[in-house]
Design a protein around this ligand. Structure first.
Ligand SMILES: [Zn+2]
Length: 281
């Protein structure tokens, strides 16, 4: 269950891992004043002065960690819709958050305390993971991924699970939270999208997760809609996670209250980004 806590939402599934803090942000609580970035935009080059984004990053990191870590612990990278996941250690702290960014990627994995991987989204799916190496409560590992449709169908979520397993976390014990993203209700897609997903995951997979929606009036939409949550759920279960260890935000970024989330589709590309972050204390 996703539980609002100040400017963040936290997942009750992830909160059960000792020594790990995490949070998902929305639009509220920051210092951006532009119409489209107001107010907790976490990404540079979208219209906000760099210093504004830096202050928002500080606010975000403090909120996620209960005041323990600031932006100098955060790590952001340019996200490129790949399945590249970087392994971070303490030396990466601050990259892209308080100093120059490291290499582009769409996910992070770390077992180092004091490093706070950040994912930024505005309709794409943010996914956070936590596990215990060899089941030892004193040795957590965490991961965070950015999964748009390309990352989702490319398997970035199960890849994070495999990398955590390589680090010693049993997939059956890994916990995962899937944050707010564009829902099946709003994610209308074209035939080229169906073909691209089918090419990556097979046509049965594409048929299961891309289909017309039932409209409130009882009819069916003409064009197919894609279910990114359903795709990630299936891939995570296949990777060995247990159903009860996967938490989903109930919110759709596109049709929720516009003050709650940035949405690339609703805002026609002119928008800021909300974030997801996780760290070992
Ligand atoms: Zn929606």
């Amino acid at each position: 269950m996703f539980i609002p806590d100040g400017i963040l939402c936290r997942s009750s599934v992830l909160s059960g891992i000792p020594g790990v803090c995490h949070g998902f942000s929305g639009r509220a609580g920051g210092v951006s004043v532009l119409e489209h970035t107001r107010s907790l935009n976490l990404t540079v080059d979208l219209g906000d002065p760099d210093d504004t984004v830096r202050r928002n990053t500080e606010i975000f990191c403090r909120a996620v960690s209960g005041g323990v870590f600031g932006a100098d612990s955060g790590v952001k990278a340019r996200q490129i819709h790949s399945t590249r996941i970087r392994i971070l250690d303490r030396s990466n702290a601050g990259e892209g958050a308080a100093r120059e960014a490291g290499e582009d990627c769409d996910g992070f994995l770390t077992d180092a305390p004091g490093v706070l991987p950040m994912i930024r989204v505005a309709d794409c799916v943010p996914i956070l993971f936590a596990g215990l190496k060899d089941g030892d409560p004193s040795r957590p590992a965490v991961a965070a991924v950015h999964a748009g449709w390309r990352g989702t169908a490319g398997g970035i979520a199960p890849k994070a699970v495999r990398m955590m397993a390589d680090a010693g976390c049993s997939p059956a014990e890994i916990r995962c939270a899937v944050g707010a993203h564009i829902g099946f209700c709003c994610y209308e897609v074209g035939e080229d999208f169906v073909e691209a997903v089918a090419a990556l995951c097979g046509s049965d997979f594409a048929r299961r997760h891309i289909r017309p929606v039932t409209l409130p009036e009882g009819g069916r939409s003409a064009r197919p809609h894609a279910d990114l949550a359903g795709m990630n759920r299936e891939l995570l279960l296949e990777a060995g996670l247990r159903e009860e260890n996967i938490d989903f935000s109930p919110d759709c970024t596109a049709c929720a209250d516009p003050d709650l989330y940035y949405s690339h589709r609703r805002m026609k590309g002119v928008r800021g980004t909300q974030g997801a972050g996780i760290a070992i204390l």
